[in-house]
Design a protein around this ligand. Sequence first.
Ligand SMILES: [Zn+2]
Length: 258
Amino acid sequence: MISDIAAVIFGGVGFTTAKECDSKIIKTPYGNVTAYFIRINGADVAIIPRHAGAEEHTPPHMINYRANVWAVRELGTKRIISTNSVGTMKDHSIGSFVLLDDFVDFTKNRTSTFFDTETVHVDMVEPYCPEIKGCLADSLKKRGIDYCEGTYVCTEGPRFETRAEIAMMKQFGDVVGMTGVPEVILAKELELCYASICTVTNYACGLGDGKLKLTVDEVVDTLHGAQGALFGVVSDAISNLPDERVCDCGCATVGARV
Ligand SMILES: [Zn+2]
């Protein structure tokens, strides 16, 4: 085990890792995961690029979510900061940030539990860690960066959504993406703290400024533009985390076993 990792960052598209970083293969019951190590203001932090795998870029529906989350436990930390790219279904500006406070799950074919042989109903009243979310919010405020909190709708992908789907989902969600679930659920099952900071990269289908088509290039361009700010915000937040957790994330499954 690697000791004293302050937090693990799940890196989304565009959250690149310097090639010269130390890395280590983490073995899990679900497969191997590569973690990269950096120091942020004196704290050791691991980065797990979510889309890394046997292929150059693992698409959202094929990511080994259970292996990635289990690797966090193997690394000996209890905190995950997830970075995700999203489409906005409201009026967020492109390149702005959204901290998640709830989610709706429209995924179809993903294994979203570690408990295959016993029944465990994990509590989802507060899916995202308020302690980490508070540190991310403070960091955004100190840097003078506008942000919102919002509800994330997770779709299966890899296709983008239809206009009719967005018209439905915008009634109960703020942003839409393909990778936030089941990560948040799996983290809860392992009683880990999990928070997500999303970069708004595009308008969801049919909501753009007279523009119907969404291209991968515009998503990637926006992510590259926002990456410096995102890294700074996440770094500040990690530096400001209290040594000991005072949130309730560590008792998510207590009393939930049937
Ligand atoms: Zn927590």
